[in-house]
Design a protein around this ligand. Structure first.
Ligand code: SAM
Length: 243
């Protein structure tokens, strides 16, 4: 068996993990060693009696900032505990980071895993971001109270793409963002629900017609809801069916 995709999470709240990653697809894959998870307590690298990890912002202002020396020591300790040389990307969850898109997720899932730092307070001292070459990653244009939920979102999105995690039934090839399109509408039994019918074409048994109906629906939805995605779809080389 190939070595598992490895996630190491540096957090002030290791007890939050695996949390939702311990159930369903991700949980089963964790239990069968398709991927591994280590949640490490940043506070274990604190050096003073009070085990403090933060301090007031230089220049003033509200809140506290995660100290560079403490976080660097936590990252170094994680590196030192690795079995071999570290080739995994080092990510810092951060609202000002690179947006986490499906293509970025595919890139990460294809690699050996990731070391993921979860910020808290007002964020992290800039110097440790530079000194330990952390790549900042954002899960959206809103502010969470900490990086843990963002890290879970990133890990979940990667893990479901690992070989063997999704069955054929949950195939990634036709879902939202493949080919820069949102997914077409889905239906299942009953045939009639509160007076609404399943579109007739889906019961026609004509696979080509179903595929082209789905394609047209996906395109219409994307054009209406996500002009940004539609623009990249239009720019991409044309294919006749979704990826
Ligand atoms: N003061 C920071 C700012 O304005 O950019 C926000 C800090 S936030 C309260 C605390 C931590 O939550 C961040 O350091 C980051 O790790 C995490 N976080 C918050 N929003 C996030 C997002 N949209 N994506 C990824 N991480 C996020």
């Amino acid at each position: 068996m190939s070595s598992p995709w490895r996630a190491t999470v540096l957090t002030l709240f290791p007890e939050m993990f695996p949390g939702p990653l311990g159930v369903s697809l991700a949980g089963k894959a964790l239990a069968t060693d398709v991927w591994s998870l280590e949640a490490r307590d940043i506070r274990a690298s604190a050096t003073d009696r009070h085990r403090s990890v933060d301090d007031t912002p230089a220049g003033g202002g509200p809140g506290m900032v995660l100290r560079a020396d403490i976080l660097a020591a936590a990252i170094d300790a994680a590196d030192a505990s690795a079995a071999g040389p570290e080739s995994r990307p080092r990510l810092l969850m951060s609202p000002r980071g690179r947006p986490l898109t499906q293509s970025f997720v595919r890139e990460l899932a294809a690699g050996p895993g990731a070391l993921i730092v979860c910020g808290r307070f007002e964020g992290v001292d800039q110097r440790v971001i530079e000194a330990r070459q952390l790549e900042e990653v954002s899960i959206g244009d809103y502010v969470l109270s900490g990086g843990e939920i963002a890290a879970m979102a990133l890990i979940d999105a990667c893990v479901r793409l690992l070989p063997g995690v999704m069955g054929k039934a949950e195939s990634a090839s036709e879902e939202s963002f493949s080919d820069s399109l949102l997914e077409y509408p889905q239906y299942t039994r009953p045939q009639a629900f509160e007076g609404r019918q399943i579109p007739e074409i889906l019961s026609s048994g004509d696979h080509a017609k179903v595929a082209s109906w789905r394609r047209a629906e996906a395109e219409a939805l994307t054009r209406a809801r996500r002009p940004d995605l539609w623009a990249s779809h239009e720019k991409a080389p044309k294919s006749t069916t979704k990826e």
